[in-house]
Ligand binder design. Structure first.
Ligand SMILES: C[S@@+](CC[C@H](N)C(=O)[O-])C[C@H]1O[C@@H](n2cnc3c(N)ncnc32)[C@H](O)[C@@H]1O
Length: 517
C-alpha cells in the first residue's frame, strides 16, 4: 500500500479523496486470478495481479485504486503488488499519472447485458451481440495493449464503431473515462485526466443510441451511419459527420427516417463540442469495434482512406474469420487479394489476435470470427512506400488485376492499359512487355537503410506480367502502377524522390463496392 505518491506533490490526499467521494462508487467482491495474463507490452516482465468481480451485471474493472478501509474509513492507495485482494474496492479505473499500463487491464468475466429484454436484434444491421464477458475482456485488452496506448490517454481518442447494447462500451467507459463515466464540468483535467470526448461511439440503430445514452450519460454516442463518418473531423474534434455527398454508401436501414437523422446530427454538434469549450488539437483515432459484418470491408477501406490524413492510427476490430485471413494472407495463397495488398501496404502491422467462435454471440452468426489488430503506417511512411504513385492509380491496377485473378497480370491489365494510353497499341504493348525500371529513391532508401518490410519485396521481377496477381507483393503492385501511370507528374518531387507532395486523396478505397475485394 502506498499513499498517493503517484499524484505528485501538487495534489493533496484530501482533495483527491473528495473527488472520488463525489463520484459514483461501486463496491465489488473480487476474485484473484493468478493465471490471468498481465498487460505488459511496454514493460516486459512486469508482474501484475489481476482480480475480477461483477457489479450488478456490469463489470468490475481495474483494481489499483483508492480503497476505503472498513476499520476507520481511511482511504489508501492500493497497488497491484499487494498480495491480498481487498474485500471491497472502489473502482477507479482512471489513474492518469501512473505509467504502468496494467492499471488499465480489464478482466471482466461477467455476462454482458443483452438487448433481448429491450429490443430484437436486427439481422439487416449485422447485430450479433457479444454475450461472453471473457471474450469482451480479451478484446478490450487487445485494444488497450495494441491500439489504445492508454498510458498516454491525454493524447488518445478512442472511437467504438457499432456499440450496440454496450458489451464493449460498458467496459470501455470506466476504463477510458473513469468510474464517473466522463468529465465533470469545471474539474481540472489533471488526475482523472481523460475528458469525455476522448471516447465516442458511432451507432446507426436509434434503439441502441437511446439505451447507451441512458446508461452512460457522459458518453458521446453519435447516431450516425459509420460509412458517413468523417474520421478527420473526429480526430480534429469536429462533428465527424460527412456533408452527405456519400449517399450511395449509406446503409438503408436503421436511421429511422430523414427527420430524426437531421435532428440527431443537429444535437450531435452540441454534444461533440468540448465540454469546457477548450480548443483541441488533432489526435489520431484508436478504433475499436465488433463490426457489423455486412459492411466490414467498406469500413476497413474508409479507415485506410482516413490514414491518408493521419486521422486513424489503429483499429482493433472483429470481423468474419475469412476476411481476417485475407488481411494477413501471404502471396500465392487463395486468401491473398485486394484486402491483403491494401492493408499490408497501408499498415506497419496487421495481426490476427484470436479466432472467435459463433457461440459467444447472440444471435449466433453462421461463421467464425476473428479479432484483428491493424496499425496504420501513417501518411509519411505511406508516401515513401508509394514513391510518387497515387493511391487512386494503384487502386485501378489492383482491382483490374484481381478482377480476373486466374489470368496473368498481362491479360488482366490489358484493358486498363488501353484506357490509360487511349488505345495507343504500341504504348500498351511496351507497358505489358516492358522491363521494370529501378526503384525510386524513397523506396530504395526504405529498403536498404530501414529494412521496411514492404520495400524489401518491392522490386519487380522481369517476368512480372506473366505472373498471376496473387503472386505479386503489395510493393510490386505499386511498381506496376508506376510503370503504367508514371509518378504523379505535378506533385512528385524528382529531386529527393520521396513523393512527399503526392496527393493521397480523401475517398479512394472506400469507393470499392462489395465483392470486388
Ligand atoms: C455485431 S454488432 C456489435 C454490437 C456490440 N458492439 C456488441 O459487441 O455486442 C454491430 C453493431 O453495429 C451497428 N451498425 C450496423 N450498421 C451500422 C452502420 N452502418 N453504422 C453504424 N453502426 C452500425 C449495429 O446496430 C450493431 O449495434
Amino acid at each position: 500500500t502506498r499513499h498517493c505518491s503517484s499524484f505528485g506533490p501538487s495534489h493533496s490526499i484530501q482533495r483527491e479523496r473528495q473527488r472520488y467521494q463525489k463520484q459514483r462508487r461501486v463496491r465489488v467482491r473480487l476474485r484473484r486470478h493468478d493465471d490471468a495474463m498481465p498487460f505488459s507490452s511496454s514493460s516486459p516482465g512486469a508482474s501484475s495481479r489481476v482480480y475480477t468481480g461483477g457489479v450488478g451485471g456490469g463489470y468490475a474493472v481495474v483494481l489499483d485504486g483508492w480503497v476505503q478501509r472498513r476499520s476507520d474509513g481511511e482511504w489508501t492507495w492500493e497497488e497491484k503488488d499487494d498480495d491480498s485482494p481487498p474485500s471491497s474496492v472502489v473502482v477507479v479505473a482512471n489513474v492518469d499519472d501512473d505509467d504502468d499500463a496494467s492499471v488499465y487491464l480489464p478482466t471482466a468475466r461477467a455476462t454482458p447485458t443483452l438487448p433481448s429484454g429491450t429490443f430484437r436484434p436486427k439481422q439487416s444491421l449485422g447485430q450479433n451481440f457479444l454475450r461472453d464477458g471473457n471474450t469482451v475482456a480479451r478484446i478490450v485488452r487487445a485494444f488497450i495493449e495494441g491500439g489504445g496506448d492508454c498510458r498516454r490517454r491525454r493524447t488518445m481518442r478512442a472511437v467504438e464503431l457499432g456499440p450496440g447494447a454496450g458489451a464493449l462500451t460498458d467496459v470501455l467507459v470506466p476504463t477510458l473515462l473513469g468510474s464517473g463515466g466522463g468529465r465533470v464540468e469545471g474539474e481540472d483535467d489533471d488526475v482523472l485526466g481523460a475528458a469525455a470526448d476522448d471516447f465516442r461511439c458511432i451507432e446507426i440503430d436509434a434503439r441502441s443510441v437511446e439505451l447507451l445514452r441512458g446508461k452512460h450519460p457522459n458518453l458521446v454516442v453519435i447516431h450516425e451511419d459509420v460509412l458517413r463518418v468523417d474520421y478527420r473531423a473526429l480526430a480534429d474534434d469536429g462533428e465527424g459527420v460527412t456533408s452527405g455527398d456519400d449517399d450511395d454508401d449509406i446503409a438503408e436501414d436503421g436511421m429511422g427516417g430523414d427527420m430524426s437523422k437531421v435532428e440527431d446530427i443537429g444535437r450531435l454538434s452540441g454534444r461533440c463540442r468540448h465540454p469546457t469549450g477548450m480548443t483541441t488539437t488533432t489526435i489520431p483515432l484508436s478504433i475499436i469495434g465488433n463490426l457489423p459484418y455486412y459492411i466490414t470491408s467498406q469500413i476497413l477501406f474508409a479507415l485506410a482512406d482516413a490514414s491518408h490524413s493521419d486521422s486513424v492510427k489503429s483499429a482493433t476490430v472483429t470481423m468474419q474469420y475469412e476476411v481476417g485471413r485475407r488481411l494477413v494472407a501471404s502471396t500465392s495463397t487463395k486468401d491473398y487479394g485486394i484486402l491483403s495488398v491494401v492493408f499490408q501496404l497501408y499498415c506497419t502491422s496487421v495481426k490476427m489476435h484470436f479466432k472467435i467462435p459463433p457461440t459467444v454471440f447472440y444471435p449466433q452468426p453462421k461463421v467464425d470470427s476473428a479479432l484483428m489488430g491493424l496499425h496504420f503506417a501513417g501518411s509519411e511512411l505511406l508516401r515513401r512506400r508509394l514513391g510518387g504513385v497515387r493511391p487512386r492509380d494503384l487502386r485501378s491496377v489492383v482491382t483490374s488485376a484481381f478482377r480476373q485473378r486466374r489470368k496473368t497480370v498481362r491479360n488482366g491489365l490489358r484493358r486498363l492499359a488501353t484506357e490509360v494510353y487511349k488505345g495507343d497499341a504500341d504504348r500498351v504493348s511496351n507497358f505489358l512487355n516492358g522491363a521494370p525500371g529501378p526503384l525510386p529513391a524513397s523506396v530504395g532508401k526504405l529498403r536498404d537503410e530501414e529494412g521496411d518490410n514492404v520495400a524489401l519485396s518491392q522490386e519487380l521481377p522481369s517476368d512480372w506480367a506473366s505472373k498471376r496477381p496473387e503472386e505479386l507483393t503489395p510493393g510490386q503492385f505499386v511498381e506496376i502502377a508506376r510503370m503504367l501511370y508514371g509518378p504523379a507528374a505535378d506533385d512528385f518531387d524528382e529531386e529527393d524522390g520521396d513523393g512527399a507532395r503526392v496527393e493521397l486523396g480523401n475517398k479512394v478505397w472506400r469507393k470499392l463496392k462489395h465483392g470486388s475485394n
